[in-house]
Design a protein around this ligand. Structure first.
Ligand SMILES: [Zn+2]
Ligand SMILES: [Zn+2]
Length: 292
């Protein structure tokens, strides 16, 4: 699914119109999302062979990222870092110094960005802590950059990964490609299951509507959904067993293009409400972690 910068910009403008409070957060991420598309459009990232897929382990819940090597030391890390630090500086002025330090340390060879990807998805937090103290730079800034690099590489290699999976069964609430929990779900009238969307790699997969994706608790009575008054298209699913929530979009028509990453940004008021009620997101990401 190739997406143009104009299409994405139009989607962001429409989301801001629908949810004016999201102007600031979408404005911050706009240069970052555009830089991602632009970098992928340059085709600097090559496809790499992905041998070693075991369908039996996969069906047992071992995602592809734990079976195959998606990241290569030969990937153009410096160019990616340079493109994405520039975009983050534009969208997040408070992270300018952090980005300058990261970019410089990478360019001078003081810091090897690939260290984070060598053991991915393990030890990420330890590496961020270490770099944060060494540079120094804020852990939030480092995480934001690393998440963007992760997404670019996974986005590039996801089609090959999805082709490998074919119709092999996957019954988990976390992503079959990269193992992350979803950031947003989409319910369509035509299907009885729901789409879960992974913001770490961009993959969407179908999952039961009556089972909690996080703890697999099955509610016979149906799951709890929270709605903001008069807005039936936007909701938050919540599970009393694990205290997690998942922002959910009810799609009534297919008239407009959707981009679930942008939808997640435009619905952060639901994150605030649900966290205020004592629920936790299924995955922490750069836009749903609130301080204080
Ligand atoms: Zn994923
Ligand atoms: Zn649960």
């Amino acid at each position: 699914m190739k997406q143009s910068i104009e299409t994405l910009s139009g989607i962001m403008d429409r989301e801001i119109e629908k949810n004016p409070h999201s102007r600031e957060i979408i404005g911050a991420f706009r240069p970052v999302l555009i830089a991602r598309i632009r970098f992928l459009g340059k085709r600097k990232l090559k496809s790499i062979p992905l041998p070693g897929f075991d369908p039996i382990r996969f069906t047992g819940g071992v995602s592809l990222v734990r079976q195959l090597q998606f990241f290569s030391p030969d990937d153009p890390w410096r160019e990616m870092v340079s493109a994405m630090t520039a975009a983050i500086k534009e969208g997040f002025p408070s992270l300018r110094e952090d980005m300058d330090r990261l970019e410089k340390a990478g360019r001078k060879g003081v810091l090897d960005i690939f260290d984070y990807f060598r053991t991915f998805p393990d030890h990420g937090e330890d590496i961020i802590k270490l770099w944060s103290a060494d540079l120094p730079a804020s852990p939030q800034g480092i995480a934001l950059l690393l998440n963007q690099l992760t997404r670019i590489v996974l986005e590039r290699r996801r089609p090959d990964a999805v082709a490998l999976i074919g119709d092999t069964e996957w019954k988990k609430g976390y992503c079959p490609v990269c193992g992350a929990f979803p950031t947003i779900a989409l319910i369509e009238e035509k299907i009885t299951r729901r789409w879960l969307h992974c913001s770490q790699c961009g993959h969407d997969w179908l999952f039961s509507r009556v089972i909690c994706p996080y703890c697999e608790f099955e509610a016979q009575e149906g799951m709890d959904f929270f709605y903001v008054e008069n807005r039936t298209q936007e909701a938050a699913f919540s599970c009393d067993k694990c205290q997690r929530y998942l922002v959910t979009l009810n799609r009534v028509s297919d008239l407009n293009d959707h981009e679930l990453d942008v939808s997640a940004l435009s619905l952060t008021h639901l994150d605030v409400i649900m966290q205020g009620k004592g629920f936790f997101p299924m995955v922490n990401c750069s836009w749903n972690t609130f301080e204080g």
